[in-house]
Design a binder for this molecule. Structure first.
Ligand code: BG6
Length: 466
């Protein structure tokens, strides 16, 4: 009963949301570095170059590049068994297409990984988390098949370099956001056509499969996961037309993971592409690349659920991680309007396991909320504790009652970081507070919140005390 003994408890971050030092030690500009600070309910502006007078949150982020020792020591104090981090491709291949890697970039991740290992923390590395080197612009980013090879070279470099030290890898963060946030997913403009997005997605799926195969050849102990932006949805009613509308939404979101977990494009997607007159840029031999690149496990982020039906077609465009379709009257919402649905996590775990029969891992979950420092200096974030506790309780049911093989749980943003959708610091997820505001003003001091001690006990008791 309960969580398995080797359950991977921990937290998850992304390079561009924590590191800062955006041009330090030879790092090149990444697509994330061109995203201007936005705000609740608005889309972030994306500029062609870094413009004076605009604030780009990734340039400084929370200065983890210089404070990683302090941050990882706090993760160790929390008792992390696992830390999900991402490597910034542009630290290692600054323009994306160099022949040789930037040694200083590798050195930074050497220090981070070695420190994690010294604390007994298992690293889980995302190779591409919402950032692509801007130097690949000259190829039109992922629309060009050449980028598959540049990515494979980068991946091969780091997988070889970290052989024996990093075993768990995710090829692309939330690969399905190519449909909703194409700039984040792969440097495609927000105005891209469906064809451009589907071509880029094809290249990413090919790249993912290549790297899985390559990674296994480098070390048979390596384990690769797909990573799905958890857009789970319920039908709006028992009206069969709503059931069909909901199914179509799920298909739009899930086909990427279908390819990664089953090794081929599903029929429903091939038929849709036909109807749309979109031809995938296939080459001879691609089928076997996809087949040989089936992942070992399926991971996902989970923040909210959607309600879809016959009238939700076309709404996908404005999705941007936010609510799609109908409002769910049974759910409370976060300050950012995301429907809070712990029970849906049990549903999601069952859904993915039953669809793929692969081990499942929750690699992101958490509550973005405004925190207040009390007069006595404490941060009483009971709302965050409640949110995570309720989700963990449902995850436990999925394991104990339903028998879903859940490998682990890494809470999103264990330390406050900049939000991906808006760039705000004030949308905080952490157990550790970072004293910086939306414009990056503040001391940068790290302060433990009430949830810090709570999560520490959860891990120490292996989920027995929630
Ligand atoms: C996921 C991303 O979409 O959601 C993270 O993988 C992101 O990078 C997280 O931070 C939460 O979204 P936001 O916009 O609140 O940061």
């Amino acid at each position: 009963m309960g969580f398995p003994n080797d359950f991977l408890w921990g937290g998850a971050t992304a390079a561009n949301q924590i590191e800062g030092a955006y041009l330090t030690d030879g790092k090149g500009l990444s697509t994330a570095d061109l995203m201007v600070l936005g705000s609740k309910g608005t889309k972030r502006e994306i500029t062609q170059t870094v413009e004076n007078g605009k604030y780009y949150p990734t340039h400084q982020a929370i200065n983890h590049y210089n404070q990683y020792e302090e941050d990882i020591a706090l993760f160790a104090e929390l008792g992390f068994k696992c830390y999900r981090l991402s490597f910034a491709w542009s630290r290692i291949f600054p323009q994306g297409d160099e022949q040789e890697p930037n040694q200083k970039g590798l050195l930074f991740y050497d220090k981070v990984i070695n420190l994690c290992l010294s604390y007994g923390i298992e690293p889980l590395v995302t190779l591409s988390h919402f950032e692509t080197p801007v130097g690949l612009n000259k190829y039109n980013f992922w629309e060009n098949r050449k980028v598959v090879d540049f990515y494979a070279k980068y991946a091969e470099t780091v997988i070889k370099h970290f052989k024996g030290r990093v075993k768990y890898w995710l090829t692309f963060n939330e690969i399905n956001v190519m449909s909703t946030m194409p700039w984040n997913a792969g440097g495609l403009s927000l105005a891209s056509s469906e064809e451009q997005k589907m071509v880029a997605a094809y290249h990413q799926l090919l790249a993912s499969a290549k790297v899985v195969k390559l990674g296994r050849e480098i070390d048979a102990d390596n384990r690769f996961g797909s990573m799905y932006a958890g857009h789970f949805s319920y039908p709006n009613s028992a009206d069969p037309a709503d059931i069909q509308g909901n199914e179509e939404f799920q298909q739009k979101m899930l086909f990427y993971t279908d390819v990664q977990c089953r090794g081929a494009y599903p029929n429903y997607k091939l038929k849709e592409l036909d109807r749309q007159n979109i031809k995938l840029p296939t080459n001879k031999g691609d089928d076997s690349i996809l087949r040989d690149g089936i992942v070992d496990f399926v991971s996902f982020s989970y923040y909210l659920t959607h309600v879809c039906g016959k009238n939700t077609k076309g709404i996908l465009k404005g999705l941007n991680g936010l609510e799609t379709g109908y409002k769910n009257p049974y759910l409370e919402r976060s300050e950012w309007g995301w429907g809070i649905d712990p029970k849906g996590l049990r549903y999601a775990l069952n859904f993915l396991y039953n669809r793929y029969q692969l081990p499942v891992m929750v690699v992101e979950n958490g509550l973005g909320a405004t925190d207040k420092i009390e007069a006595d200096g404490t941060i009483q974030d009971d709302y965050r504790i409640d949110y995570i506790r309720n989700h963990l309780a449902e995850m436990k049911k999925a394991i104990e009652i339903d028998g879903v093989p859940v490998m682990g749980y890494t809470a999103w943003g264990p330390i406050d970081l900049i939000a991906a959708s808006t760039g705000e610091m004030s949308k905080r997820y952490g157990f550790i507070y970072v004293d910086l505001d939306d414009e990056g003003q503040g001391t940068g001091k790290r302060i433990k919140k009430k949830s810090f001690d709570w999560y520490k006990e959860v891990i120490a008791s292996n989920g027995e005390i929630l």
